[in-house]
Write a protein that binds this ligand. Structure first.
Ligand SMILES: Cc1ncc(COP(=O)(O)O)c(C=O)c1O
Length: 352
């Protein structure tokens, strides 16, 4: 079924690429589909980008039934390409199930996103590191104050032209280990891309920034002992020739970049372990000179090197990674695949 497109009568001026940053500008159109009891997801359409009306009693505003995704489309010699949309949409389905939101048909959403990308194709920036970030968001719209899953939802997907996360070679990040607050608890919703997880992280992130750090390293919510994730990135450490990353036990997001990194490393024959990692293990490895690298992974930055991991009374400092470091090689490989400069052996690119 072709998705109808209602074109805007007032296209916006395009921002200069030097001004892009992340998530500041939005293109001319958005994809919308609604859910109602008895009708399911219906009336998919591309409409002009703009404010929506929402009842003050809409349950997403009160009880937080809201989930989202974040993926990117790249300029590629063969035309525009989405990076691993299937993995992102499958994760949206898992998030929906966890938050009692009716899952969106993944094929319909992919069709909607592609129609939107084709409609706003001339917004795709071309400079190094740039892309069109795709943000699908699903929220409960029913006007009802009882606490139960809502009976009406809206999905919007919209686009933001974004710059590379780093201008120039990435600056290693300074990370503050959060030892008191928790982002997620075992059995909770930490593994879903739920709006509520992000608000849970804000205060600690602000406190870390006030101390001069870039981001927070979260530990598990029960013992405050095992590594979980860094801000909106999964965390990896290279310890004595093996790359370790926290196992997925429901409290951290199953990053698509995390999975891509694991697949590339396995393909290179690098030993990798997904398991619990105690903060003490990092400190011990650092003292023994065995902690070679720590890096974060995510759609925004692909791979972000970590230069310091600190907590009260301790600071593990790491040498700036050279071009031969695993983190830099992974970043070059995955960004190279995204732009068509390296072969897409694993079929991660989806033509638009
Ligand atoms: C909390 C959190 N962890 C990890 C990630 C990395 O996930 P991905 O690689 O799919 O972008 C993100 C970003 O989406 C995130 O928000």
């Amino acid at each position: 079924m072709a998705i109808p497109v209602e074109r805007t009568r007032s296209p916006k001026a395009r921002p200069a690429e030097a001004e892009l940053g992340f998530g500041k500008y939005f293109t001319d159109h958005m994809f919308r589909v609604d859910w109602a009891e008895g009708r399911g997801w219906h009336a998919p359409r591309v409409v002009p980008y703009g404010p929506i009306s929402l009842d003050p009693a809409a349950s997403a505003l009160h009880y937080g039934q809201a989930i989202f995704e974040g993926l990117k489309a790249f300029r590629h010699p063969g035309g525009m390409r989405l990076f691993r949309p299937g993995a992102h949409l499958a994760r949206l389905t898992r998030s929906a199930e966890r938050l009692c939101i009716p899952p969106v048909d993944e094929a319909l959403l992919l069709d909607g996103v592609k129609t939107l990308l084709r409609t706003d194709a001339d917004w795709l920036p071309g400079g190094p590191g740039t892309s069109l970030y795709v943000r699908p968001v699903v929220f409960a719209t029913e006007a009802f104050l009882g606490v139960r899953p809502a009976k009406a939802y809206t999905l919007l997907a919209f686009l933001s032209p974004v710059a590379g996360y780093f201008s120039g070679p990435p600056r290693p990040l300074r990370i503050w280990v959060e030892r008191e607050r928790a982002r997620a608890a075992r059995g909770g919703i930490g593994g879903a891309k739920a709006a509520a997880n992000y608000v849970a992280s804000l205060l600690a992130a602000e406190e870390a920034k006030a101390r001069g750090f870039d981001q927070v390293l979260w530990l598990d919510g029960a013992e405050h002992r095992d590594l979980e994730e860094i801000g909106t990135m999964n965390v990896f450490a290279a310890i004595g020739g093996t790359v370790v990353t926290p196992s997925l036990e429901g409290t951290i997001l199953a990053g698509v970049t995390r999975d891509s990194v694991l697949q590339v490393l396995r393909g290179w024959g690098v030993p990798v372990e997904e398991r619990r990692i105690e903060l003490d293990e990092l400190a011990t490895a650092h003292r023994a000179g065995r902690l070679a690298e720590v890096f974060g992974t995510g759609t925004a930055s692909v791979v972000a090197p970590i230069g310091e991991v600190a907590w009260p009374g301790e600071a593990l400092r790491l040498a700036a990674p050279g071009a031969e470091s695993l983190g830099e090689r992974l970043r070059a490989e995955i960004s190279g695949i995204q732009r068509g400069e390296r072969p897409d052996r694993l079929g991660w690119l989806e033509p638009v």
